[in-house]
Design a protein around this ligand. Sequence first.
Ligand code: SAJ
Length: 426
Amino acid sequence: RTVSVIGMGYIGLPTCAIFAKAGLDVFGVDTNPAVVSKVNQGEIHIVEPDLAGLISHVVSTGRLKAFETPQTADAHVIAVPTPFTSDHKPDVSYVMMAAAAIAPVLKRGDLVVLESTSPVGTTRQMADVLAELRPDLNFPHLQPDDADVFIAYSPERVLPGRVLTELVDNDRSIGGLSRASSQRAVELYSTFVAGDLYITTAESAEMVKLTENAFRDVNIAFANELSAVCQHLGLNVWEVIELANRHPRVNILNPGPGVGGHCIAVDPYFIIDAAPEQTPMMQAARKINSGRPHGVMHEVEALLEPGRRHTIACLGLSFKSNIDDMRESPAVEVVKLISELPDATVLAAEPHAQGLPSELEGRGIIFMDALSAISNADIVLLLVDHRQFSFIDPEALKDKKLIDTRGLWTWRKSKRTDSRIEGRNS
Ligand code: SAJ
């Protein structure tokens, strides 16, 4: 059996690897020639644990081959980006371009699965594009009982950093445009998914994916709002959350400097765009989370003494802990805002990177290791809860003004056990 994966990015490339590992013959397709040639040499262009070894293996055994144009295959999986425009409208043009590209190679009996996070209705719209370009074939949304090809939506839901495990272990929703389409998609994913496969409609599956990330965004916004309330009342938000979470039905997420990455801060807009009147809470959550970097900058500003030059050590630039990905990172946004403050020298440390990301270059920010940055600074701003930072000796921070946006040194982690014991003893 052959499967073709369109888009060899953060989702498509690991998916190619897993299909090939399951014994299918895989054609990886990407419009970027550099990606295609890299994969054909058995190398990868993204950072993801264990992926390099697996790609090198499946390329060397001939199970995975990369191409710049779609190939004839039994199944076509589309995993291309679905960004939003500057006014927060979903941009599904890559999906439609991928559909137009596979239309000429589609044959009777083929399955097409869309995996990209998409606004409700995108799968049906993609089917319309295919039907228009291939009037010789019957499509499942138009002739469900007499279709020549099968179409389904099945969203990826893997966490960057754990992609290879979550691809296999996570449950999946599968929304076919016909019963037979769902069945064919279930057969395809059964080749490697150990989790459960749930059949629904394409529209519900699209909404499920958006709902997962919007749920997360709203809950992080709640934590961020609590943080503001506790600051106003002079309370430690980490302690309040930790103790509230001792309730069996309460599970509050962690406040922080904002929500980054390519999913949680994007997907709620796909729901908001479709139902603006019905989404006051999701809109408020977006406003709270995207306003956090400015909030952190104001906290720093409040520590500055007029007429004095300050040195601020900013620890962490990635969008979350223990990864190197600095794109769409709230930490980068905070550092950018701080570099605009007058009378401040900004030092930045990111143990997973060799230097500053391009958007921070040319702003007078000095990149250095965390310990040197701390020793040179009078204000220390922790922006990412990297494991390395939790080992920093409290002595090194003794005479510094601290802003701990992740609660790493303030309450959580190592201190959690001690305070619990102290609480019991007193
Ligand atoms: N964050 C907080 N507080 C928290 C949790 C996260 O401020 O309590 C911040 C992080 O620091 C980061 C951002 O939110 O800046 C997002 O991080 P994340 O680890 O929660 O999620 P992502 O963006 O890496 O991956 C998400 C996952 N979705 C859910 O957990 C519902 C993943 O399963 C999805 O597959 C992925 O989005 C995607 O591709 O949609």
